[in-house]
Design a protein around this ligand. Sequence first.
Ligand code: HEC
Ligand code: HEC
Ligand code: HEC
Ligand code: HEC
Ligand code: HEC
Ligand code: HEC
Ligand code: HEC
Ligand code: HEC
Length: 330
Amino acid sequence: MKSFLSSTLSLLVILGAVGVCTADANLAIISPPDRSVVESRLISIVVRQGSTAIDDLTLTVNKRKPLLRKKSPDRSVICSSGIALTPGENRIRVVGRKGGKDVTTRDIKVFYSTELAGLSPPADFGSYAFHSDRHDEPCRPCHRMDFKGTDDSPRTPADSLCYTCHRSIITTYRFAHGPSAVWSCTACHTLRAKEGEGSSLKGDETSCTICHEDSINLWKSMKHQHGPTAAGKCITCHNPHASDQANFLRLETVDLCASCHEEILSRPHVVSTRLGGHPLHISPDPFKPTKDFTCASCHNPHAGESPVFLTNYKSTMTGLSDFCRTCHLF
Ligand code: HEC
Ligand code: HEC
Ligand code: HEC
Ligand code: HEC
Ligand code: HEC
Ligand code: HEC
Ligand code: HEC
Ligand code: HEC
């Protein structure tokens, strides 16, 4: 009786395993899930090849040129990092190939959400936190996914536990921010247990204070604060990791400001001359040749002594023309 039960059980186990195999027989995109909302411009795509015999696959984002990925002979999955998205909805197509012919196709949609683009995802898209028990489970056989108590200062970037999967968020850009440049990722990302979510590696928006306390205190001491800075939303304008813009700005200064103050570009600003308004962007700045002349040449993006946070504005100034004279001779 006992042996019958155990053999029935093992038969069930085998059947169960077969059941799983059948369901998995086809090519599947295991990360990211279809219709998920991501906050990274650069994501990873992980494909399980199933039992479908393929030689390689192509990965296509929107209408871009397809990327070719070779299959590893000893691996059931094909992992790719640094896949760039466009703000808003992106279509991702994976095509498995055999002997140069397309044999199987998978399509998913992901939504890249960024505050500055001001787009919201369609209702049938769901938010996605990869670093949670629910999503990182399939990676555990091959990748270390538990980062509790790990070293915050790796000797080389490759020693960081984040490097394999996230190197492109640093290496793709011209300038990398202090702690990110040395892969001290856990200075701002710590594992936090959240109800029903297992562990989370979400970035801490308030972490800027730890290292930039002096600047933040200086801005707080000024008479007028700029909306997003006062709200502590530093990462709306600054990428905490890296960027192609100086000061790790998410967009070039004029585009950054215009993403919230569009109207400034639509009418003459400051002065109204035959030629229009005051110049808003000159590269390089005729007065400071190492920088560009932009909105930030006149407005401090954080705070100031005047209601519009004019740079170098002193409360002793008797009118706007004193401010103009910080650059002009008239
Ligand atoms: C069967 C083993 C296996 C599984 C399962 C697996 N990976 Fe990988 N993955 C690897 C190996 C091996 C590498 C190469 C390691 C390296 O480059 O250091 C790799 C590399 C990567 C890379 C870097 C790819 C690149 O372009 O350099 C990413 C990103 C990645 N894996 C993510 C994942 C995620 C996310 C999961 C789970 C959804 C996962 N992997 C599941 C074995 C696996
Ligand atoms: C095995 C690959 C892998 C490793 C190792 C890894 N990540 Fe991720 N991480 C991902 C994937 C996949 C996503 C989903 C978005 C994407 O594709 O980039 C992600 C997303 C994130 C997010 C966005 C929030 C979330 O949970 O989706 C943060 C923050 C993050 N990773 C931080 C880290 C840090 C910090 C480390 C090192 C301590 C690390 N990751 C190590 C694969 C990895
Ligand atoms: C100065 C603090 C800080 C450091 C250092 C830092 N991060 Fe982040 N990170 C954040 C914040 C804050 C967010 C949330 C930003 C957002 O919502 O766009 C974030 C978001 C992310 C995301 C998801 C969204 C995105 O912007 O791509 C990933 C992945 C990530 N971090 C990985 C890393 C890795 C890997 C490192 C180490 C090289 C690192 N972070 C270092 C603060 C930091
Ligand atoms: C662990 C310490 C640390 C944290 C946390 C930190 N920073 Fe930094 N930050 C630095 C260092 C060091 C530099 C100077 C080196 C450099 O320019 O990369 C720097 C430079 C900068 C600069 C360029 C200014 C300059 O003088 O070059 C900006 C902008 C900046 N950080 C913004 C932020 C924001 C926004 C946050 C929060 C998301 C943040 N930092 C969190 C250490 C930190
Ligand atoms: C509205 C967009 C915006 C917000 C929000 C913002 N910054 Fe900035 N930040 C900028 C711009 C633009 C510059 C470059 C100014 C220039 O070109 O002179 C800058 C420069 C900096 C610098 C280097 C120069 C300096 O003045 O010290 C640091 C450090 C910095 N920001 C940190 C922060 C921190 C910390 C926060 C949150 C408290 C924050 N920023 C919020 C846009 C912003
Ligand atoms: C994320 C959105 C956002 C970005 C980006 C942004 N601002 Fe603002 N700005 C605001 C908000 C919110 C206010 C406060 C509400 C208001 O008065 O319009 C504000 C107020 C201002 C004011 C005062 C307006 C007044 O009528 O008193 C000035 C000047 C200003 N911003 C300049 C800039 C400059 C220059 C930049 C680029 C460095 C910039 N802003 C980027 C959201 C933004
Ligand atoms: C030459 C210096 C200068 C430049 C460059 C400049 N501003 Fe201004 N801005 C001012 C002055 C001065 C005022 C106040 C005008 C007044 O009080 O009549 C002002 C007012 C503002 C205001 C509030 C009043 C309004 O007109 O809505 C906003 C918002 C603003 N600027 C945003 C910007 C943005 C965004 C840029 C870049 C695209 C920019 N400024 C470039 C000098 C400048
Ligand atoms: C931060 C420096 C700075 C401040 C402050 C400043 N300007 Fe200018 N202004 C410039 C630059 C740079 C130019 C372009 C000069 C050139 O191309 O040689 C310019 C050009 C001009 C022009 C010529 C416009 C054209 O199209 O050629 C006028 C008029 C002008 N500014 C008026 C003002 C007035 C009025 C104020 C005060 C409200 C002011 N500026 C404040 C830097 C500044």
